[in-house]
Write a protein that binds this ligand. Sequence first.
Ligand code: ADP
Ligand code: MG
Ligand code: MG
Length: 943
Amino acid sequence: MAKYVYFFGGGSSEGKAQMKALLGGKGANLAEMASLGLPVPPGFTLTTEACAQYYKAGKKKLFETIMPEVRKHLGKLEKTTGKSFGKGPNPLLLSVRSGAAVSMPGMMDTVLNLGLNPETLDALIKQSGDERFVWDAYRRFIQMFGDVVMGVPHHDFEHALDSVKKKYGRKLDTELTTEELKEVVAQYKKLYRKHTKKAFPNDPMEQLKAGIDAVFGSWNNPRAIKYRQLHDIRGLLGTAVNVQTMVFGNMGGDCGTGVAFTRDPSTGEHRYFYGEYLLNAQGEDVVAGTRTPQQITLKGSREWAKSAGVGEAERKGSYPSLEETMPRCFKELDQIRVKLEKHYRDMQDVEFTIERGTLYMLQTRTGKRTAPAAVKIAADMVKEKLITEEEGVLRVDPQSLDQLLHPVFDPESERAAKQLATGLPASPGAATGQLVFSADEAEIWAEMGKTVILARIETSPEDIGGMAVAKGILTARGGMTSHAAVVARGMGKCCVAGAGDCVIDYKAKAMKVAGVTLKEGDWISLNGSAGALYKGRIDTIDPKLSGPFGTIMKLADKYRNLGVRTNADTPHDAAIAVKFGAEGIGLTRTEHMFFEGDRIVSFRRLILVAETIKQLKKKHDVEKIGALEKAVKKDRKAVAAVKQYKQALAELLPLQRKDFEGIFKALKGRPCTVRLLDPPLHEFLPHDEAGQKEMAKQMKVKPADVKALVESLHEFNPMLGHRGCRLGITYPEVTAMQARAIVEAAIKVKGSRPEIMIPLAGSVTELADQKKVVLETIEEVKARKKVKKLDVLIGTMIEVPRAAVTADEIAKEADFFSFGTNDLTQMGCGFSRDDAGKFLGEYVAKGIYEYDPFQVLDRAGVGKLVDIACKLGRKARPKIKLGICGEHGGEPKSVEFCHTVGLDYVSCSPYRVPIARLAAARAAIMEKRSSKPKAGKKSRKRK
Ligand code: ADP
Ligand code: MG
Ligand code: MG
């Protein structure tokens, strides 16, 4: 039979840190800390396999199996602690804590003080000599057990508590006397009976079993499910349950509880020990946001006071640091900080409790951090030689770099903005958006395409959906470790927490601050790095790419094999991408160049006569426009059409050439793949009446003619219509004009390395046709300009499945392939890019597809096409250059795939270039680590 229960504490443990999958993160690390000799209250962990059985075999069956084991371990715990569970003069109280392999803060349930009943209550009073404390513990227990285990509404308990407080004129919970607490307990028990139709259980084993049941059950509560969805957490067995000896931070002034990070989770700094605590408090109090938490270190405390506008005297009197209040415990905790970082070799997030001057460690885990912090910590730890360079690279999630690359407020316009309030800088970044006051509203507004800032008095786990769609989060209450702060940092979202001056009125959907009333929909701006709240919108500017970010990127470049290029259509975008480290352009879409300004007029003139030209060529059986010109000499109308066609091309040529010159200059000798015209011609025409009228006027034709033209070009399925190389085959003059513009620009800008890409070829004959036109043009330009040598590659996009499976044929005509995985996905999966949004969400939710294949490359299908094409292509042309230019080129999982199949480079939008560089390095390092050399791949050098 499987072992379902693991003991920890008393200097040794059955589990260890590596056993996270089985013991959950919390359980595995409690075991590890106990083995390290750190002061951990002993206990035992029920495995995630037990949780899986809970759902598979059912709870009845599971409890039959595990309860004997639980009893055995409880016996051992009693022996270790010298306490007895549910009876005797020295009663053992327990916490029952959830904890999965991946931490999901606050998503699942915990019950504290379990084991209290009238008998243990008396014993504990005698033992502790503190009657009030014991009654407070009891009322907390009833509340937590009732809420978590039996589903008695939380606010009913709050209401009961408030009514007693009101009756005796108490403001704070801590002011309630023993007698008053007894009254609370009586009310709680009544409430409990009302909701559950049962008396509150006195039998400790019954309490324990129900507690375990509730924690296992909480694995599938809606918010835990939503959290796993949002964070893409999959493939876990379930949660473990940790049953642990209680320690008390609420037994008086020499007690306390807190949470701390070994480095600053929001900046990565470690100038001092970063954390918060409260005197005379239990567990949840620090994160609940009901009392203002105090800082661990004196230095931290002084900085906090400064940003909170608290004077030194008030700080010292009302908010002293742990360093001041309990110097001995502080010192011990500080030593543990160093020990834990050395041991885990990563930033840790710890929970601790001090019971009557004795420090206990309740949790350690790898601390969640913002992207800037992750980068700084990784770079620092490499420098400190705590981790290797490769580990440094693996420590940063490529996707998270997104936050570093996006703009911050322009200091000028931030200075000019009206600041309304200050809060805590809970999660860095800048956000401008429209105010909403509930998570639901946030989701609705975001759905409508609006940019929102979610303002709440404080957030709770129910709000995560709304937080996920908001640009920024503002709370009126709560500290740096409040729910809003922790979740926002995890999401990489700007957050200002505890802005106490904001008076939020949910009913009125309004907020009063600094004498201003802001309503739902009003624009505000948040600076999460400074903790500032501003009225209105603020301009943003680009981020800095040096410092720790530069260090990590340099390391990424050292370890990656894949090249990284960018998709850019303008010199401006190309320059940004080069700044972000792009090694060239993998896709320039020339059609964008046809839209701007006067060009669209020229191009529309061409489209207007294009069909006539096609018909005339057919009628006179000629291919070239020159030959047609001769053939139609006497046909006045035809002569005019040819003239207009040629004139339009002549107008477009210098404009295109100038575009390419600009891009080549920005690239400074880096390669540039230029795709020839791709979209169908009707995309360039106005589809509304007003637009058509206007075009008619410009073209000096009748509006009815334009309308007829648009109708004649209409396609039922444009994606599969007259586009890509199919256009060039009908109108080779357009291909020639584009090729000429590219080549002339390349001659003009020394060192240019153009790569001409023919789109949408499905058969080698299509490619050969267009290649011939391009080659003729190149030769002609070379001769005219007297240029002998010119490096121009000619290749194709692989985006039609037929091209992928005949890639050996195609490779004979192609210097390079670039996988256009957007269209390849569309045609490979048979999902219309424009319509699949309607059902792909459901597909992913039901697990029919693991991911949206337009976002994450579908390895099994589309990926297989890519793989086949790579192999066939290389067989026919060993030196063929292989790249990808679809949206997938900047998506980390897809980049990993590109590495695996051995592409030479990926290409993505400028802002994703650093993400791709890091993802490529990770893929290379992970492959090296798994040390299984991939088939068909030699050691590769970047081209
Ligand atoms: P979460 O995963 O939500 O952090 P935890 O299991 O860590 O949940 O527990 C919630 C709170 O209860 C924490 O603040 C923790 O410090 C406190 N707590 C848990 N176990 C004990 C214990 N044995 N003694 C005292 N406090 C505890
Ligand atoms: Mg915890
Ligand atoms: Mg395409």
